[in-house]
Design a binder for this molecule. Structure first.
Ligand SMILES: [Zn+2]
Length: 78
């Protein structure tokens, strides 16, 4: 079952937008996929992926196929 992260967290874009070639990672940082609008943790500890497959990861490492289609957001628990 897929968890809708937006029901758990409020997301705010990181400003200024980080360089796509050097995306920051962190426990409170999440990547919003510009292609499918899914939000995935930048350090996923469980199997995670966005719908279109641009973002996928596990074990604390997220793989990004196209970093240009990523918006870095900071998540705060609601
Ligand atoms: Zn996607």
């Amino acid at each position: 079952m897929k968890i809708d992260m937006r029901k758990i967290y409020n997301f705010h874009p990181v400003e200024p937008a980080p360089d796509p070639g050097d995306l920051p990672t962190g426990g409170d940082l999440y990547y919003e996929c510009a292609e499918c609008s899914d939000v995935v943790s930048s350090v996923p500890h469980i199997q995670s992926a966005c719908q279109c497959g641009n973002l996928s990861g596990n074990g604390g490492v997220l793989r990004v196929k196209d970093p240009v289609k990523v918006r870095v957001v900071r998540g705060k628990l609601k």
